[in-house]
Design a protein around this ligand. Structure first.
Ligand SMILES: [Zn+2]
Length: 140
């Protein structure tokens, strides 16, 4: 294996992603199978192109070019990752806000206007302001 790859660039993270993407596209192409021959062959073509590029990179002797590609790829990967993290954080917040709205009601203290969170659906309740200590009744 090492002898075989002597002087060759080898398999890096970018090639690994290309390879995984090729497998993914290949699975999708099976799904189209005979139902849509055009799509099937197009996806097969994409699979072969991705695998071909991964193989080409692995056996390449042009190290600087491959390293430059890897650098560009890693930058893109980082962007995608941080975008995805942002998205999942935003989604979690959205779910939290919705649950909050379902379970709590927000009132303003009539004396100091402090916003107070009270449980919903408890009928008339006594509220004590956490800021000024004012007590008042409110519908929850
Ligand atoms: Zn108050």
């Amino acid at each position: 294996m090492n002898r075989w790859l002597q002087g060759r660039y080898g398999f890096d993270r970018f090639s690994r992603t290309l390879f995984i993407a090729a497998l993914g596209v290949s699975v999708v192409s099976w799904f189209f199978g005979r139902r849509a021959a055009g799509v099937y062959y197009a996806l097969r073509g994409v699979t072969l192109a991705l695998m071909g590029f991964a193989a080409f990179r692995t056996f390449s002797r042009n190290f600087p070019a491959r390293q430059q590609e890897l650098g560009r790829y890693l930058t893109a990967e980082r962007k995608v990752r941080s975008w995805w993290q942002d998205l999942s954080i935003r989604r979690k917040n959205y779910v939290n806000v919705r649950q909050d709205k379902k379970n709590y009601k927000y009132l303003a203290c009539p004396q100091c206007m402090q916003k107070l969170r009270v449980p919903k659906g408890k009928g008339r309740i006594r509220v004590t302001c956490s800021k000024c200590g004012n007590r008042f009744e409110a519908k929850s």
